[in-house]
Design a protein around this ligand. Structure first.
Ligand code: DOR
Length: 443
């Protein structure tokens, strides 16, 4: 009897856990049902991926989509639209919305808002605060929650856990890996006078300096060890932290961003002004080199975008009144494919960073690799395509990217979420079928 599938990809190069293979993959009821020659199988729909490379779906584990709250910058529909256009199949969304995502009601509200409007699968972070520290162990297990996010340094929004006592309370509450924005808030406050009456934006990494990041990460590691709690350090920016975190891999995982791997000070501030301003900041080339060393050595576990949209008008305010944050989810993959084309990392390592890494760090139940029983999430790419990233292509309500005008080699051709093709050739298809990501059982 002929085997029947809902969706088959034929003729492409699949990036399987064991390496690339020229073979087919079939999806049934949203999950991968077979890998191998499916030439004779029947399918409701087929995608001919001849000449293309089929990656496991890209997971962007750090985005800010602003809903509820300042939805003039972004919302869950526009944010996931940009993600899907960029080849991303799942997003984990940050809690610094308005109100912040610190309660069960706020989590359920976000899930309700995303259902029927999200183009990708999704999960939400619970924001840590002194007020909810003792409830985090319960909140982190709710369906649709990827974990706890703790801001140790002030950034966009009101969430902050700055002092050792409250950081320790957060780390003692619950069992899942805690995700952390690591900048020492006491030092940020002390040094704020460097910029508070106005300064050139090139002062941003001078104010939020290397010591601000290193001091915080050192404190965090000490407190995490005392609490026997695993941590995930977000958007690491310094060569020093890569060294330190490399000695603490038993307790800490590491995220870096394409922005920090691609841009460097002072050039980015001279060229882009406040449109290069983000937290933690883009630093000199020696730090960018340090992050690449972390990719080569294996210290870095995953790449997220920290998509943090603000309108052009907001970004154009004089520094430091200009908000920090850059768009990024749509450009994550094109930028990283370009780095592959330029020989900075292999495609296999990229898959480790964009799919397998997040699956391992967050304990995602059934995503992150092309394997039978896993979700039918695929990012189909043309490794040879030569394209230019432009503001016109950006779906974000904010309408801009710091990479406008950049020529890249490598481009997403199709985004497939649980067997549904939601993007093909830069066009959205079907409808927003995003659903909550499922996680492994926690103890
Ligand atoms: O630059 C940033 N922008 N860093 C953050 O930590 C927050 C983000 C935002 O939400 O705008």
């Amino acid at each position: 009897m002929t085997e029947t599938f809902d969706f088959i990809i034929t003729g492409g190069t699949l990036l399987l856990p064991g390496g690339p293979a020229q073979t087919d993959v079939g999806v049934r009821d949203g999950q991968i049902a077979a890998i191998g020659d499916l030439g004779a199988a029947a399918a409701a729909s087929r995608f001919d991926a001849k000449g293309l490379t089929v990656m496991p779906g890209v997971i962007d584990e750090q985005v800010h989509f602003r809903e509820p709250g300042p939805v003039h910058k972004e919302d869950l529909e526009s944010g996931t639209r940009g993600a899907a256009l960029g080849g991303v199949t799942s997003v984990f969304e940050m809690p610094n919305t308005d109100p912040p995502t610190t309660t069960e009601a706020a989590i359920n509200d976000k899930i309700k808002r995303a259902t029927g409007r999200a183009w990708t699968d999704f999960a939400f972070y619970v924001g840590a605060a002194a007020e909810n520290a003792d409830d985090l162990g319960t909140l982190e297990r709710l369906p649709g929650v990827c974990g706890v996010k703790m801001f140790m340094g002030s950034s966009t929004g009101s969430l902050l856990v700055a002092d050792d006592e409250n950081v320790a309370r957060v780390l003692r509450s619950g069992t899942r890996r805690v995700t952390v924005h690591s900048e020492d808030d006491m030092r940020l406050t002390e040094r704020a006078e460097l910029v508070k009456d106005g300064a050139d934006v090139s002062m941003h990494p001078v104010w939020r300096d290397v010591e601000t990041a290193v001091r915080c990460t050192t404190r965090l590691l000490r407190l995490a060890r005392a609490a026997h709690r695993r941590i995930h350090v977000l958007h690491v920016t310094t060569a020093e932290e890569i060294e330190i975190l490399g000695r603490n891999k038993d307790i800490a995982t590491v995220e870096v961003l394409p922005q920090h791997l691609t841009l460097a000070a002072p050039e980015c501030y001279e060229r882009l002004g406040t449109f290069a301003q983000m937290n933690p900041p883009i630093r000199e080339a020696r730090h960018r080199d340090g992050l690449w060393k972390g990719i080569a050595s294996g210290v870095v576990d995953c790449i997220g975008s920290d998509h943090a949209p603000h309108t052009r008008e907001e970004k154009a305010r004089p520094y430091p009144r200009s908000p920090s944050g850059l768009t990024g989810t749509q450009t994550l993959l094109p930028l990283m494919l370009n780095h592959v084309a330029e020989g900075r990392l292999t495609l296999q390592r990229l898959v480790d960073l964009t799919s397998a890494g997040a699956a391992r760090i967050f304990g995602i139940a059934n995503k992150g690799r092309i394997a039978v029983g896993y979700d039918g999430d695929f990012t189909v790419v043309d490794l040879k395509a030569k394209r230019t990233i432009t503001n016109d292509w950006i779906a974000s309500k904010s309408g801009w990217t710091p990479f406008d005008g950049m020529d890249v080699t490598g481009w997403p051709k199709a985004t497939i979420v649980r067997g549904h093709m939601v993007m093909r050739d830069d066009q959205l298809l079907d409808k927003p079928i995003g659903a909550p990501v499922r996680f492994q059982e926690t103890l």
